[in-house]
Design a protein around this ligand. Structure first.
Ligand code: F0G
Length: 457
């Protein structure tokens, strides 16, 4: 008999989590303005809000903390991080930042000016926020298949070559760079193939453009390439990672994902000139160029995390857990983005709650319902997140209205996944009785989903 699959680690330290009853949760979610970001963590039983900064560090990472060098300039921890980036990702220059959006802020301060156009594959919300804040525009060139949750396509993060070339032709002089997000969070944690990354490189070269990767989940992307792309089965994750980055000029990184740390980020590049220009903004916004908003100990743990995050056994454990939750939900008939993503399961709220109008925020309503049911916290990836159009100020209703259940790395067991699955099944069974959603009471002008106050519609 084949041995069953199991985790590639064992548990050395635990943290208690708290159960609650429905009455308490009803009160807490009302007090939080029906906004899951505004709950206290102690009011949450299983927290699938995000996989960002919520992972469990390894014993080796914790031991690296002790060895951190906290010198203001030229710390050995900076060089440890520099060596890991050069060794694993192939970039000579880098700047540490305190997280991913800080890397975007620094880099875009150099590269973007008002009126620019930035094509890419479903830009992440902070990326889009930093583009629109500079009065520039993000153009989504993702393949159409990504927007049909019922279609199974191995690389739903891919860029449509025709869409990209049309934008490049039409706005040639206004495009400072192309940005590719690996894996593509907004389309459901979906990977981009090597073939597609090569195609983007070729088009970029044809039009003389820089290619930037938003790399938060680059290792998960490499795992999918290994499993799904012809010719890659026998390559190591690190070989695939090197090949992916060989087609990029610059990368931004939220290390809170695939580097398995609680805080941190960086920008890496081949160009000494870009490094020099970005250093000015790094010093202004983040800190001196050899720490950029990070402690020495955190840079040490990050460097170690990059090595652990690119090990096949770790990635297999991680992605198979996400798949486990997805498969349980599918057994119950719950509609999901197909195939299941790398870091999260994305529930199709439009198909889950077809009785609710889009103006009543279907995915947010479903996320609130799941919290009420079992104290499980997911997050809306839909109309609230999509914000208003910066020019018309009208609500934007994206094609996909999703509730994301993001799984922290090395944190929960499959028993927790079972609780989540059954909680959602209970809601699925009574979905026809849910005919009231939510309305906005108060919102911020940009990235409103973090702080919005809602009420029952
Ligand atoms: N790019 C991608 C693809 C992301 O998913 C994120 C963050 C960022 C950039 C920004 O990085 O948070 O370190 O500033 N995503 C988190 C999430 C917040 O929940 O998906 P950050």
């Amino acid at each position: 008999m084949d041995l069953p699959f199991s985790e590639s680690y064992k548990i050395k330290m635990v943290e208690p989590i708290r159960k609650s009853n429905r009455e308490e949760r009803e009160r807490w979610i009302k007090e939080a303005g029906y906004n899951l970001f505004r709950l206290k963590s102690e009011q949450v039983f299983i927290d699938l809000l995000t996989d960002s900064g919520t992972g469990a560090m390894s014993d080796k990472q914790w031991s690296e903390l002790i060895m951190g060098d906290e010198s203001y300039a030229g710390a050995s921890s900076y060089y440890k991080m520099k060596n890991a980036i050069s060794d694993l990702l192939g970039f000579e220059y880098f700047l540490p930042t305190h997280q991913g959006r800080a890397a975007e802020n620094v880099l875009f301060s150099v590269l973007i000016k008002e009126g620019d156009i930035i094509p890419g594959n479903s830009h992440f919300d902070t990326t889009k926020g930093h583009i629109e804040f500079r009065k520039a525009f993000a153009v989504d060139c993702t393949i159409d298949e990504a927007f049909d949750t019922t279609l199974s396509h191995p690389f739903k993060g891919n860029v449509d070559p025709e869409k990209l070339e049309n934008v490049l032709k039409k706005h040639r002089d206004k495009i400072p760079f192309i940005i590719i997000t690996v894996t593509c969070n907004s389309s459901g944690g979906q990977p981009v193939s090597i073939e597609n990354l090569k195609m983007v490189r070729q088009l970029a070269d044809k039009y003389g453009k820089t290619v930037v990767y938003d790399s938060a989940r680059f290792a998960e992307n490499a795992y999918f390439i290994k499993l799904r792309e012809p010719g890659y089965r026998d390559k190591t994750i690190r070989e695939i990672v090197r090949e992916m980055f060989s087609f990029a000029d610059v990368m931004t990184m939220s290390s809170k994902k695939d580097a398995i740390v609680n805080m941190g980020g960086f920008i890496a590049m081949h160009s000494a000139e870009l490094h020099c220009k970005a250093s000015v903004f790094n010093i202004m916004f983040e800190g001196y160029i050899t720490y950029g908003g990070m402690s020495g100990r955190d840079m040490n743990a990050l460097a170690q995390g990059l090595y652990e995050g690119t090990e096949f056994d770790y990635l297999e454990t991680r992605i198979r857990q996400v798949e486990y939750l997805g498969n349980r939900l599918m057994e119950f008939g719950i509609p999901l983005q197909q195939p299941i993503g790398g870091h999260a399961v994305f529930v199709d709220a439009k198909r889950f709650l077809p009785g609710l109008p889009k103006e009543e925020f279907q995915a947010q309503s479903l996320a609130v319902e799941l919290y009420r049911e079992a104290g499980v916290r997911g997050v809306e990836i839909g109309a609230l997140l999509a914000d208003r159009d910066p020019v018309s100020r009208e609500n934007r209703y994206p094609v996909l209205e999703l509730m994301r259940l993001a799984i922290p790395r090395r944190v929960y067991t499959n028993n927790h996944m079972d609780v989540v699955a059954v909680a959602l099944k209970n809601i699925w069974d009574r979905r026809n009785t849910i005919n009231k959603g939510l309305k906005i009471v108060k919102e911020a002008p940009i990235m409103r989903h973090f702080t919005v106050t809602l009420d029952l519609a």
